[in-house]
Design a binder for this molecule. Structure first.
Ligand SMILES: [Zn+2]
Length: 76
């Protein structure tokens, strides 16, 4: 199977992989600390970046023909 897409959550400052604190569940509004540079990443923005990466990978596989959007408010 080659249908899986996995992306890491990356630090917005140094792009190191974010692991978060063991056993902790993050949710909207939380800050995720980067092990590498110590930056506090806004969880929502980290997820947003991961979603864009997923969309990029899907587009790549589809040959650039797909238009994928994660907009929360499509009316804008
Ligand atoms: Zn970092």
């Amino acid at each position: 199977m080659d249908n899986e897409i996995s992306v890491d959550l990356l630090c917005l400052s140094c792009h190191a992989q974010l692991r978060g604190e063991p056993g902790r569940t993050y949710q909207s509004g939380d800050k995720v600390k980067c092990d590498a540079c110590g930056a506090l990443n806004d969880y929502d923005r980290v997820i947003e970046a991961a979603q864009q990466e997923v969309a990029r990978q899907i587009r790549e596989r589809a040959g650039g023909e797909m238009n994928i959007s994660f907009e929360k408010d499509p009316g804008k």
